[in-house]
Design a protein around this ligand. Sequence first.
Ligand SMILES: C[S@@+](CC[C@H](N)C(=O)[O-])C[C@H]1O[C@@H](n2cnc3c(N)ncnc32)[C@H](O)[C@@H]1O
Length: 249
Amino acid sequence: MFEKQRTSDENLQKEFNRWAEAGEGEKMRNHHLAITEKTLRLMNLRPGERVLDLGCGSGWATRLLARLVADGPEGFGQVVGVDISDEMIRQARAASKDFENTMYVWGSATQIPWEENFFEKVLSVESFYYYPDQDRALAELFRVMAPKGRLYILINLYRDNPYSLQWVDKLKVPVHVRSAAEYVELLSKHSFENVEYRQIPDDTPTPDDYVTKSFRSLDDLKAFKRIGALLLIATKPDFRTPAPGYTVY
Ligand SMILES: C[S@@+](CC[C@H](N)C(=O)[O-])C[C@H]1O[C@@H](n2cnc3c(N)ncnc32)[C@H](O)[C@@H]1O
């Protein structure tokens, strides 16, 4: 079991190191910025919060988060970026030299290298469907999140956006293709509360001369953007507050 996990993680590391070396880390910013900005608005981030960016890639979203939680009346917020690709982590560190409140750690979603009950908010952009063992990743997220912490998983590849399924065969690593309803069930199974999902359309214009290798046609790309990404939102229960009728000793 652990051997299988290690092989999958090594494959992901190799593949995403290749992406990083090809400059894809920063290019992904262009593709994911619009849907991420909408998500950041929903996250209601405050100065002083501790945030995890899981599958942070080259760290562009980590840096957006870092600005939002930095120094303020409520304290000094920190953002930790975790990624399986050491090359992405290297690039993220190099691009974040001016930030005092970011830290990048090389590691897997299935063994998050951090202590328990720490993060008040978690963002994960376009990463979750790559995790070979999503159950284990959710157990790890639950562990490192603070009581009442809020989880925001944003993914472009899911069954209810049929246009996104055009990539599955082009990707060199296996991915999960689940529906929004299946994801909600999965998060609920892991004891997260207030599990909900939203679809986040990408409203940026698509120029008529835009060249796409990921979609069969520009019309398909436009339809994909119109349907939008899937945003999963959930809360870790507050175990410090006993349920009515229970006493905590
Ligand atoms: C499509 S990229 C998105 C990167 C970044 N969030 C962005 O939007 O630009 C997916 C990222 O997830 C990371 N990743 C994939 N599987 C992972 C795992 N098991 N644990 C941690 N990171 C993983 C990859 O290395 C890659 O950087």
